[in-house]
Design a protein around this ligand. Structure first.
Ligand code: GRF
Length: 205
């Protein structure tokens, strides 16, 4: 069983999808050891509590810099026995110290087809740019923002009349389906990183 820390900053719907998959699938292979938030009083923390999962707030505003914050996040994860970090709507960039401590053991989901539209405003930027297809990317985290080896991508069409809200709903529906699959694959040791490419042992979902 792979113990994981899920890092959150907001509503936690991807956290919920992972918790639901872990509860429903006896073969899931990962268990949420701790939920870590960079801020207090967010919905994700209530979701953790409802599921009986311990949570810890590592308040970004209390740390001097990104290095100190990232080290504190890693300390909490390690203290709770987590062997991988799963970023689920986590709005902070982890410093290289975290990548060093969890090499190829940090994953993130991003609401665009990287390398298009990295950063915090991927969905409005896709609309502004007029793309007809966007989607999501689940990737390993490296030292750069939204840059690490791509584990999985899923296209989502942009429809006439879409706004940021409607497009986000459709992207998140795919994230909720696919992120637990990736966590499961990670837990089963099925993701092999070769340079920038990730090979799935036994095929992708
Ligand atoms: C997700 O859509 C993810 O792509 C982005 O932030 C969103 C988080 O949503 N990084 P939630 O907190 O999991 O509901």
């Amino acid at each position: 069983m792979l113990p994981i820390a899920v890092l959150v900053s907001g509503s936690g719907s991807n956290l919920q999808a992972i918790l639901d998959a872990a509860a429903a699938d006896p073969e899931f292979g990962a268990e949420v050891a701790v939920v870590i938030s960079d801020r207090p009083t967010i919905k994700a923390l209530s979701r953790a509590e409802a599921a009986g999962i311990p949570s810890v707030v590592v308040d970004w505003s209390e740390y001097e810099d990104r290095d100190a914050f990232s080290a504190a996040v890693c300390d909490v994860a390690e203290d709770r026995g987590a062997e991988a970090l799963v970023l689920a709507g986590f709005m902070r960039i982890l410093a290289p110290v975290a990548i060093d401590r969890f090499p190829n053991r940090i994953i993130n989901t991003h609401p665009a087809l990287l390398p298009a539209f990295p950063g915090a405003h991927a969905i409005p930027q896709a609309l502004e740019h007029g793309v007809t297809v966007t989607g999501l990317t689940i990737h390993f985290v490296d030292e750069l923002v939204d840059n690490g080896p791509i584990i999985l991508q899923e296209p989502v069409p942009v429809l006439d009349g879409d706004d940021a809200g409607s497009l986000q709903v459709r992207i998140q529906a795919e994230e909720h389906r696919l992120y637990p699959e990736v966590v499961k694959a990670l837990a089963h040791g099925k993701l092999r990183v070769h340079g920038r490419r990730v090979l799935w042992e036994g095929g992708r979902p």
